[in-house]
Ligand binder design. Structure first.
Ligand code: FEO
Length: 395
């Protein structure tokens, strides 16, 4: 793991996980990275570690710069094990009694992951730690995205270590936004949609707080993906835009099907939406990964969900998707349901229940069609598409 100096005496040590394709249910087609950072001042501080599988590389990378025994402090911005998994080996290498700085919640949560009783030093929100020429300021960012999450800011260099926030699952040799360009933005959006979306109101408050503090930012260093140095404001402004979830004239028709009847309905609804000038997309749940659909959900004004009735219930992929969607708490959507059925046809009612629990605005009782849609059934799908279009903002 080759250390790269990202600012004077501040190094990024990055494990590249080229092969990971599933990150607790989130599809990571481009792999990921786990970024740790080393600040070499009169005191030497390591910020976060890496997944335990990569810790040997981290130790080798540190050793290229300094004997690990000379590290004075470890700072844990986040307890999740893609960043803390390397702690047991790191603490062994640097000395188990070295101070380990974390948030108050980190002090509670880290011992529930690791049995060793390290020298925890819980920090206050706004607390400071001098390294000599530099001072670190800690910012509690509770629930962004775990209770223990915090940021660490280097006052003199204006560098923010932002933990998961502003990260991307994106394995590459490049280190910085200016080296990757616009290609990074869809990955940053996907990360936001799948990890941070439920906490959108907290993100808006945090950005206001950063503005009030007048915090200057030269560089934002997340724990995944590339570092933002060309224009850190760009990713902050994008987070604000994504958090606001302003609905566009865009509809997602998300469904699964058994004998293509629900699929026929989906296609008719999408076609009708298109005729009404809506940016509509058909998303078959066995063709689209749930985490890619969520990325599209952010700015969609309408979510239309279809399922055949299977054994008096929903098709399993539809249940899976609705569970995932509900947990991520998207806002500002109109919604509708549809589906083909053979016997009792509970699917539409079950979808509606979920959509209402998500506080979406249901614009129709739901369209059920017995077996294969006939001409009248297809016409009803077109009418549903038109009704959804009328409920969307003008383009
Ligand atoms: Fe990258 Fe919440 O861990």
């Amino acid at each position: 793991m080759q250390p790269i100096e990202i600012a004077e005496d501040i190094y990024c040590l990055r494990a590249i996980d080229w092969s990971i394709r599933d990150f607790h249910g989130y599809s990571t087609y481009r792999g990921s990275t786990y970024n740790a950072y080393l600040i070499m001042d009169e005191k030497i501080a390591l910020i976060d570690t890496v997944k335990k599988e990569f810790v040997d590389g981290l130790i080798a990378g540190i050793s290229e710069l300094v004997d690990p025994l000379r590290i004075d402090y470890v700072i844990s911005n986040h307890t999740e094990m893609d960043h803390s998994g390397g702690l047991p080996r790191i603490m062994q290498e640097i000395g188990e009694s070295k101070p380990l700085y974390c948030s108050k919640m980190g002090q509670k949560d880290l011992p529930k992951h690791f049995p060793k009783r390290w020298n925890y030093q819980p920090v206050e929100d706004g607390g400071e730690l001098s390294l000599g020429k530099r001072t670190l300021t800690f910012m509690e960012t509770r629930m962004l995205h775990w209770p223990d999450s915090m940021f660490t800011y280097v006052n003199e260099d204006k560098v923010l270590f932002s933990s998961d926030a502003f990260g991307q699952h994106y394995a590459c040799l490049e280190r910085f936004d200016d080296q990757v360009g616009e290609a990074i933005m869809p990955h940053a959006l996907k990360y936001f949609a799948n990890i941070l979306l439920p906490y959108s109101p907290l993100i808006l408050k945090l950005v206001d707080r950063v503005k009030e503090m007048g915090l200057a930012l030269e560089m934002i260093c997340p724990d995944h993906g590339i570092i933002w140095r060309r224009d850190p404001a760009k990713i902050i402004n994008s987070y604000v835009e994504w958090s606001l979830q302003k609905p566009k004239r865009k509809a997602l028709v998300i469904y699964d099907t058994m004998w293509h009847s629900t699929e026929m309905m989906a296609e008719a609804i999408v076609e009708s939406l298109g005729q009404e000038g809506v940016n509509a997309r058909s998303m078959h749940l066995r063709s689209w990964h749930r985490s890619d659909i969520i990325t599209e959900v952010i700015d969609a004004g309408a979510i239309v969900v279809g399922s055949p009735t299977l054994n008096n219930g929903l098709f399993p992929t539809v249940s899976d998707f609705l569970t995932y969607l509900k947990g991520l708490r998207p806002r500002n959507k109109v919604a509708a349901s549809f589906g083909s059925y053979g016997w009792s046809g509970e699917a539409v009612k079950l979808i509606n229940r979920e959509l209402e629990e998500m506080k979406f605005s249901l614009i129709d009782p739901g369209l059920k069609i017995h077996y294969v849609p006939d001409e009248g059934g297809i016409k009803a799908c077109y009418e549903l598409g038109k009704k959804i279009a009328e409920a969307l903002p003008a383009g």
